[in-house]
Ligand binder design. Structure first.
Ligand code: HSE
Length: 429
């Protein structure tokens, strides 16, 4: 865009899958983006320690000196990931007066409040749409569109790897290990899938959403986490018999007693909108007091989809720069207690293998009764005549995860149970 004023300088830290696509959108769509901003923009530097061979990145702007680059930009896009050196670069960029765009969920889930405060103090923007749900606009609605409402609960499928694995297990009747192996071979799952399948990636996203929804400094250490490693084909089949599907959900909620944030597998009704989210897609279901139910759906990962969110943020920041204003800050003023999600009350499903003996059902029921947990339904699944065991499925009335663990421990120690095979929350009962 021809203008006498200097263009808004954009610096990119990181040139991996998302960084490369971010640079592509900024360069290939420069003209349209400048018209949308109403001001010139220029990608002035790409900091990376690796060689860059993308045709849309001019080699003359590639540098290995991120610390220096952040001092000569108006907008710094951080796509390095991890805590350090990303945190240092982000804080330095803010200190030098740059607005920051980041996709770094791990950084925000640990140091978000420090970064939001630094940006507010300095009068610059910090945007992070890509940190939760990739291309899905969910941060902007929580920060802006829904700011007039009271959010009661958010349930998110915010990890594509685990949704892909559970969906393959459900639709193709496969076991966890074979789906994971296949997903790794196809490049859908990381070589080290721990952060995804053990729920930590989703936990970061839960913390970020909880901060925005409840104006409370909620960090990853406040998030209760269970992954999907122990889910079997039998659990998936049991869910099916109960007209449910198993999804790994990030759940953040607030009531008059406080805030809780957790990531755990849940049996959800087949007709729930989240049950229909297949493959590696993500979706976030928001329950607002006034707005009622809302759902945001789309691609939660991948170079181009994530870059779409990153560039959207960069253009928002650039529009503010062009007008000499900043967008909304992130006030974390709430001191509501943060509760352990394991203390929240839910209906539970428990599957156990019991000895084929007279009175076993009475003894199992007694253990539930001793913990003051009411049983809603029992189903017995006969094994072959020779096995001398049966599978027993129990659906409880609402109780806490802690109580269910105690019951499970007592059952495991008893002499009439072979083993407790699984326990899982059930929503929609
Ligand atoms: N690894 C994540 C996923 C994407 O599987 O959805 C980045 O957070």
């Amino acid at each position: 865009m021809a203008t006498d004023e200097a263009p808004i300088r954009i610096a990119l830290l990181g040139a991996g899958t998302v960084g490369s696509q971010t640079a592509r959108l900024l360069v290939e769509q420069k003209e349209a983006l400048e018209k949308r901003v109403g001001h010139g923009i220029e990608l002035v530097g790409v900091a990376t320690l690796d060689p860059v061979d993308d045709p849309w990145i001019d080699q003359s702007i590639v540098t290995d000196n991120a610390a220096q680059l952040v001092t000569r930009a108006d907008i710094v896009i951080e796509l390095i990931g991890g805590i350090e050196p990303a945190r240092t670069f982000v804080l330095s960029a803010i200190e030098h007066g740059a607005s920051v765009v980041t996709a770094n969920k791990a950084l925000l889930a640990k140091h978000g409040s420090e970064i939001y405060r630094a940006a507010a103090d300095k009068g610059v923007d910090v945007y992070f749409e890509a940190s939760v749900g990739g291309a899905i606009p969910i941060i902007c609605p929580l920060r802006n569109s829904l700011v007039g409402d009271k959010i009661n609960r958010i349930m998110g499928i915010v990890n594509g790897t685990t949704n892909y694995i559970l969906d393959e297990m459900t639709t193709k009747n496969l076991d966890f290990d074979s789906v994971l192996k296949d997903a790794q071979e196809k490049g859908f799952a990381e070589a080290d899938p721990t952060a995804d399948i053990d729920g930590f990636d989703a936990a970061s996203k839960a913390a970020i959403m909880a901060c925005l929804a409840f104006n409370r400094d909620v960090r990853i250490d406040d998030v209760y986490v269970e992954g999907i490693r122990s889910i079997t084909a039998e659990d998936i089949a049991a869910a099916g018999e109960l007209n449910r599907v198993i999804k790994l959900l990030a759940v953040v909620e607030q009531d008059e007693t406080g805030i809780s944030a957790g990531v755990y597998p849940v049996m959800i009704p087949e007709e729930h909108q989240l049950a229909k989210v297949g493959g590696s897609f993500n979706a976030v279901f928001v329950e607002g007091e006034a707005s009622d139910d809302l759902m945001f759906y789309g691609r939660g990962a991948g170079g181009a989809p994530t870059a779409s969110a990153v560039v959207g943020d960069a253009i928002t920041a650039a529009r503010h720069r062009a007008k000499g204003v900043t967008g909304s800050s992130i006030p974390l003023f709430s001191d509501a207690p943060i509760k352990n999600a394991a203390d929240g009350e839910d209906v539970y499903f428990m599957r156990m293998r019991v000895k084929d003996q007279v009175g076993v059902l009475a003894k199992v029921s007694q253990i539930f009764a001793d913990s003051n947990v009411s049983i809603k339904a029992v189903q017995q699944h006969e094994k072959e005549e020779s096995s001398k065991t049966h599978d027993l499925w129990i659906l409880t009335h609402a109780t806490t995860g802690r109580t269910i663990r105690d019951i499970s421990d007592k059952l495991e120690k008893s002499d009439f149970i072979d083993s407790v095979l699984s326990t899982m929350r059930v929503f929609g009962e």
